[in-house]
Design a protein around this ligand. Structure first.
Ligand SMILES: [Zn+2]
Length: 93
């Protein structure tokens, strides 16, 4: 058995999701944090999962404003081609 004041890599891996969600006890949070400070393998796994989590939240946030972005892109395309907007590429205004 391992000493009670530290987690093994397997114990940290099993708790990474809950650690990222702040759903561990204060003691478990402390032990995971202490392990990540000293273990490069677990630290990089934690970094990867944290990046994926924030990336997903970031995408969900951006998905709520696509029409504004599309309008600006369309306007810019139209502005750069002033004399050729007669067919399907022309926005209906
Ligand atoms: Zn580890």
């Amino acid at each position: 058995m391992h000493p009670p004041d530290r987690f093994t890599c397997e114990e940290v891996f099993a708790r990474l999701d809950d650690y990222l969600d702040r759903e561990l006890t204060a003691e478990e949070m402390r032990l995971v944090h202490a392990h990540l400070d000293t273990c490069a393998a677990c630290a990089s796994e934690h970094q990867f999962e944290a990046t994926v989590l924030t990336g997903v939240k970031d995408k969900l946030r951006r998905l709520s404003v696509p029409s504004d972005l599309m309008a600006r892109i369309s306007a810019r395309i139209a502005a750069e081609r002033p004399g050729r907007g007669g067919l399907a590429a022309s926005p209906s205004q």
